[in-house]
Design a protein around this ligand. Sequence first.
Ligand code: PMP
Length: 419
Amino acid sequence: EATTDMSTFETLESEVRSYCRSFPTIFDKARGYKLWDVEGREFIDFFAGAGALNYGHNNPQIKSKLIDYLTNDHVVHSLDMATVAKEKFLQRFQQVILEPRKMNYKVMFPGPTGANSVESALKLARKVTGRQTVISFTKAFHGMTLGALSVTGNSFKRHGAGVPLHHAVSMPYDNYHDDVDSLSLLERYLEDEGSGLDLPAAIILETLQGEGGINVASNTWLQRIEDICRRWDILLIVDDVQVGCGRTGTFFSFEEAGIQPDMICLSKSIGGYGLPFAITLIQPKLDKWAPGEHNGTFRGHNLAFVAATEALTYWETDKLEREILRKGEILQQALNSMTAKHPDTEPEVRGRGLMQGIAFGQEGFAEKVCAAAFERGLIMETSGPDSEVAKVMPPLIIDDEGLNKGLAILEESIQAAKN
Ligand code: PMP
């Protein structure tokens, strides 16, 4: 029987609990950008399943396709057999996403999570190049499995591995140092055979670091990395797990930079409905897998195919893109104006599109803001290695009323956190 307090979780769930500490209630229902707990309290969602709910909770259009699929006993689980749902997804992805962008990629199903996608990309890069080293960046987040963790720049999470995390070299991300151009340094290292840096198999990056604290890389920085990759024959992997599927205003986060990654990792919102799903896009020349060389039980789930296929409808026109940019501007203006009233909190507004946040100078302040927001009916999480950023990431389909209401609560919460 459902309880209305947290006692079951206190006794039955392990100490690895994290989000349930930030949001200490039991959630029951959700629709669009709203969630309700068992007591019927309503919350506005500025968290969106850490980026998995771009199209909102229980999106009605996607839900009806899932219900039809289930009602008609179509295949739900099939390992990676060929199914009608899979075929439709592949065709639609090609037609709606790849072709209009003149992108030529093969789709690989690496397993249900973002970490699975990253693992598949790292493994394939090493297999194809015959090299071992992968370059990643400070504050990067790529997942919790050992390969993905090896390229994750978070010492707290890395410590838990308990074994050496091999063959990854961490470089400063864009703007990490004000006074060091780390890419020139990298080039000099690559040029110098005596530098001790083995020629890398790949460089992996996020164009905007979500977990790392809403750090935005400039287009120039991304273009320079692409150039380095081409000159030294290094594979470029873009991890678009969190910021792909429209978060920044375009389907892929790197479209404005005009770069062409060798591999692209997508998960979270590619599943459309919050269903576990991931894909790794690979340039055709990289398709060097032998059958069965990289497999898994949940490599492409048919319910996720159905949801993901329907979600692509949002990308048939540029309406959603225009809306994300418009709402992103409302968000940025609101964050700028509310932080201007509190210079003593040393705020810095960061981000792009509907992935923005406020970094606060004072230790623990962002956590206080998010706790105050929760008490007032707004779900928000922190990000950054010291949880220094209050992150705003609503579903992309949020309407102006929801956005403004959430922003008003956030403003109140900043004031409340100071008291
Ligand atoms: N890459 C990025 C950029 C992410 O933000 C995340 C998840 N926060 C992952 C990879 C890992 O995804 P998952 O949690 O599904 O393994």
